[in-house]
Design a protein. Structure first.
Length: 190
């Protein structure tokens, strides 16, 4: 009798284990990307410019600063986090963006009734290669509004990052507007 209960319980466990092993695991991302793979593009491009010198100019609330820095992959990744965070290849955003395409431009724009912080992602092409990326992120509610415009420009010959800019305006209820602008140019040796 105990043997029969043990056998029944063992078969039951095997069935349950088999059922769960066949269940698809959802990662929240889509296998094939319906939109431009901005996250993958940025990850690839920061690898290509590791240890290059950058002339970085920043302006925060009217105060300007200019420095020359050698950027590591980690520095580039942090600097371009706004682009990686703007990735729209998520299952929840599948029907949120309209796409237009021509020989020199691919644009994904938030549809009028869709909700999302990324308002547009535009990819410029020159001779079939990506020459630039620009994004607009905006958030607006009763207490807070923010808009960020960011772009990366690539060299037409080397296809490496040549320059970038990130401009943000923030307004919090009862406080003055906060403006910030960062521009970077890769210093070419030679």
């Amino acid at each position: 009798m105990n043997y029969q209960k043990g056998l029944s319980f063992g078969i039951f466990l095997l069935l349950i284990a088999g059922f769960f092993s066949c269940a698809e695991k959802s990662t929240g991302t889509i296998e094939t990307t319906p939109y431009f793979d901005l996250k993958g593009f940025i990850e690839k491009k920061v690898q290509e410019v590791d240890s290059l010198e950058v002339l970085k100019r920043s302006e925060i609330q009217g105060e300007e600063n200019q420095v020359r820095l050698i950027y590591s992959i980690q520095d580039w990744t942090e600097e371009f986090s706004i682009f990686k965070d703007a990735d729209i290849n998520k299952a929840s955003m599948l029907q949120s963006y309209g796409t237009t395409k021509s020989d020199d431009l691919l644009a994904h724009e938030l549809l009028p009734k869709a909700k999302g912080k990324l308002k547009y992602l535009k990819i410029s092409y020159y001779n079939g290669e990506v020459s630039g990326v620009s994004i607009k992120i905006a958030e607006d509610n009763l207490f807070y509004s923010a808009t960020t415009l960011a772009e990366i420009n690539l060299n037409a010959v080397t296809h490496l990052i040549e320059s970038y800019s990130i401009q943000t305006s923030q307004k919090i209820w009862f406080l003055e507007q906060n403006n910030m602008r960062i521009e970077g140019t890769v210093v070419v040796k030679g």
